[in-house]
Structures are given as C-alpha cells and as structure tokens.
Design a protein. Structure first.
Length: 192
C-alpha cells in the first residue's frame, strides 16, 4: 500500500520536495474537465517525474451520453500524446450531469473502451454511493479497476463487490502538504 495524492489547478503551487518528504509515492493529475484541457496538468507531470513519483491522470467528466464520453476520452488521448501514465487514466464520474444521465454505465463504458483501445490502462473514480446506486458495476466486468472516494475509517467497496478490482481509496479531502490542501489516497498497487 502506498500514499497517493490527486491534484489539479487548485494545487498549482504544490511543493514537490514536500510531497516526497511526506512519503507520497504517486500523484494523479487532472488532465481535463470535459473536453477542456487542465492548464496545470503538464507542470504537475513534469514535477512528478523530476521527483521520481509515479503519476496518472484523470478526466473530470461532464458526459451524459456515450458519444460525449468518447469525445472526452479522445481529448485525453490527444493531450497524452505518446505518454502512457504509469498509474493509468481515470474517468472521474461525479458531476451532476453525469449522475443524472440516462445510462451512466454506458457512459463509463464508452470512456473506458476508447482509452483501453489505445493500450492505456483506464479505470473509474467515483464515490461509493455512485458505484452502489448509479453505475452498474457488475455490468462493466470484474476486470475494471476502481478508485473509490469514501471518507470513512475504511473503504467498503469490497464488501459490495468482492470480485472487482479496488486499486485506490480516497479517504480524505483535507490532507496538507506544506500549506497546500490535497486529497489523500491509499493505493493498493505496487508503486516501486
């Protein structure tokens, strides 16, 4: 298990020396919101690489149809160029439009399929509530990796889905690295 943070524009001034000193092993970076690039993503990737940290990226989705999800995936693929994030690409499924769409599972599937078709590992980030009540996890297959937000003493995802892959647990949105607020995660894959 490793300590991981996720970052975006809000952490644009993050001190990466302090990140390393805090024992953080990986950083998941917001690459886009919908089809719009996140201005700070490449700076975060460069800093993570310079400091020997593993990194991944996430798309904060606004997709309400499979077609919109595929377009968001294509933007991520374009932004990555030839880079393949060691910690993969994550489909952040939490925006109101996503949660209220007609077929959330199909939206998630479209994004996953577009990214994995390019040989890039991809998974879903969502709250435990969303995974229990909005997305049909069993319809996506037990090989899909999940990064679950649940601010609790333990992550209960495996209680509901013992055959599915839990890669990460976001347990807090109030961590601090120096004076910068960060989300804190436990990561269950080896990052060495």
């Amino acid at each position: 298990m490793a300590k991981v943070i996720d970052v975006s524009y809000w952490q644009k001034d993050l001190d990466y020396d302090a990140v390393v000193d805090a024992g953080i092993k990986g950083v998941i970076i917001k690459i886009s919101e919908g089809e719009e690039p996140e201005d700070t993503w490449w700076g975060h990737v460069s800093a993570a690489k310079k400091h020997g940290l593993k990194w991944g990226v996430y798309c904060f989705s606004h997709a309400s149809t499979p077609e919109e999800a595929a377009a968001e995936a294509n933007e991520v693929i374009y932004l990555l160029g030839r880079e393949i994030p060691p910690m993969g690409v994550w489909f952040d499924f939490e925006a109101k439009g996503c949660l209220q769409c007609e077929d959330p599972t199909a939206v998630c599937s479209a994004f996953l399929n577009a990214i994995t078709a390019k040989g890039i590992p991809c998974g879903i980030y969502a709250s435990l509530f969303t995974l229990e009540d909005v997305i049909d996890v069993r319809a996506l297959g037990d090989y899909v990796p999940y990064w679950v937000a649940q601010y609790s003493k333990r992550c209960e995802f495996k209680d509901d889905y013992p055959d599915n892959v839990l890669v990460g647990w976001q347990y807090s949105d109030s961590g601090c690295i120096g004076s910068t607020n960060v989300d804190m995660n436990e990561w269950y894959l080896d990052l060495n």
